[in-house]
Design a protein around this ligand. Structure first.
Ligand code: SUG
Length: 449
């Protein structure tokens, strides 16, 4: 179905928060475990993320910013029985169990591909853009994100004439939802009704179905089906597919570590999906336009190389009439991956340009270019209705670089998380940020004072 020809994809990147650190919190995510206890550099992390946003803005793309969360999360620590002043809470949690304090201090909301699932108005029965924050229930440090994520999304997309916000799904493993990292949308032009592709890791209510053995499958089919219902999607334009459980066991903890799609292009590894030939056939049968699939063979790029280079955690972007692939610099350091990418660019593939970014601070926690962004397809009217302060511009970039310079540390270790000065610095930074982005009082510390 042809739609609004002026609709655009806006990438809303997560701003890295002041407590960015390496705590090894994500079992099944190889980089997170490998770098547990390393010293992080929050300032560099935030600037690396901002540099990517600015570069994409400079290419003429629409780029937005989503604010980080309040961390350490004293509110959650109080729910777990720690009391006294905020400094008492931090110190008691640290003495009792430093790991628990680390789980309440992660800057993991930077990976906004996990913030929510978004369905554009061209796909939904009521013609609104639908948002469901992901419950991220598989990892405690991430399961405490969705309430504030929901508030930030409501402040960014406030106009109820255009935007519909749902609560996160029930916070239980049966409805484990990891958001847009497991969701792709195919179409010819962004404003056309698209085919929404939901990829899940396991079935919660059917033990007979295959599941990974070593690492957790974070996302269930039941969660994907619930989102499709909430977002009022047409059954004719939805495809559900199971991730290959064997690749989850090799460290592919989200689908966006093994596949990426944009408009009519799908770049995926040969081993991405269970029964891949049928999945691709079903996608093709639902599309009204040709689906161009680049299936990367194992003989060219092994699954471990895909995981360490994050080749598939790239952004496929439409830049004018060209398609650009935004990859992390780890792709250039891997000979097989880089040779494959060069051949793609120089050969007869849909990919015209490759852009390489240094995102090492995020990458060391298993977060590449695609993890850092939430895609929101908007008509021009919807774009005009969203919070304009959150849209990247030369001025906003300069303001945020200065803000980072003023508030962020350049060195952080897990042992620093109990420092009450860090909490104070973080809250001061976020208070200033809510003014810059015009968000209102979205944080717990702003609501109880
Ligand atoms: O959920 N890492 C994140 C990385 C998320 C990447 N997102 C996508 N693939 N879309 C995660 O595993 C590590 C935190 C630590 O170990 O300190 C972490 O949460």
């Amino acid at each position: 179905m042809a739609g609004d020809t002026n609709a655009v994809e806006v990438n809303f990147d997560g701003l890295v928060g002041p407590t960015h650190n390496y705590a090894g919190l994500s079992f099944g995510n190889v980089a997170s475990k490998k770098n547990a206890t390393a010293v992080s550099n929050p300032k560099e992390a935030a600037l690396q993320g901002l540099a990517k946003m600015k570069a994409l803005h400079d290419l003429g793309l629409s780029q937005g910013v989503l604010a980080p969360q309040e961390r350490p999360d004293v509110h959650t620590l109080r729910r777990l029985g720690f009391s006294g002043t905020d400094a008492d809470v931090l110190s008691a949690a640290h003495v009792h169990d430093a790991r628990l304090l680390a789980t309440c201090s992660s800057a993991s909301s930077m990976w906004t591909a996990n913030a929510a699932t978004v369905s554009p108005s061209a796909d939904t029965a009521d013609g609104k853009v639908h948002f469901t924050p992901a419950n991220l229930v598989n990892k405690f440090h991430r399961s405490i994100e969705h309430i504030v994520t929901g508030r930030i999304l409501r402040s960014t997309f406030a106009d109820t004439r255009y935007f519909s916000h749902h609560h996160a799904l029930p916070s239980v493993e049966q409805f484990g939802d990891e958001g847009a990292a497991n969701h792709t949308r195919f179409c010819r032009d962004y404003g056309d009704a698209g085919v929404e592709f939901f990829v899940y890791g396991r079935h919660a209510f059917d033990d007979s179905k295959p599941a990974p053995k070593r690492y957790p499958a974070r996302h269930t089919v039941e969660a994907s089906q619930a989102i499709a219902r909430l977002h009022q999607l047409s059954e004719k334009r939805v495809v559900f597919a199971q991730q290959n459980p064997d690749v989850i066991d090799e460290g592919v903890f989200h689908n966006d570590v093994i596949a990426v799609g944009n408009r009519d292009v799908l770049l995926c590894h040969q081993e991405a999906f269970l029964d891949q030939a049928s999945v691709l056939a079903e996608l093709r049968s639902r599309m009204e336009t040709e689906l161009r699939v680049i299936e990367v063979p194992t003989t060219r790029v092994s699954v471990p190389d895909a995981v360490s280079s994050y080749l598939f955690n790239s952004q496929l972007l439409s830049v004018g009439s060209e398609t650009h692939l935004v990859v992390p610099k780890e792709c250039r350091s891997n000979m097989d991956v880089w040779a494959y990418l060069e051949a793609l660019r120089d050969g007869d593939s849909p990919i015209d340009e490759i852009q390489v970014f240094n995102l090492t601070q995020s990458m060391s926690n298993g977060g590449g270019p695609a993890c850092l962004r939430l895609r929101v397809v908007l008509s021009q009217e919807e774009l005009a209705a969203c919070n304009q302060n959150t849209l990247m511009s030369d001025t906003l970039y300069a303001t945020l670089v200065e803000w980072v310079g003023q508030h962020y540390r350049d060195r952080l270790h897990e042992a620093d998380l109990c420092d009450p000065k860090l909490l104070h610095e973080s809250r001061t930074a976020l208070d200033a940020l809510t003014d810059i982005l015009g968000l209102g009082s979205v944080y717990p510390f702003q609501q109880c004072s």
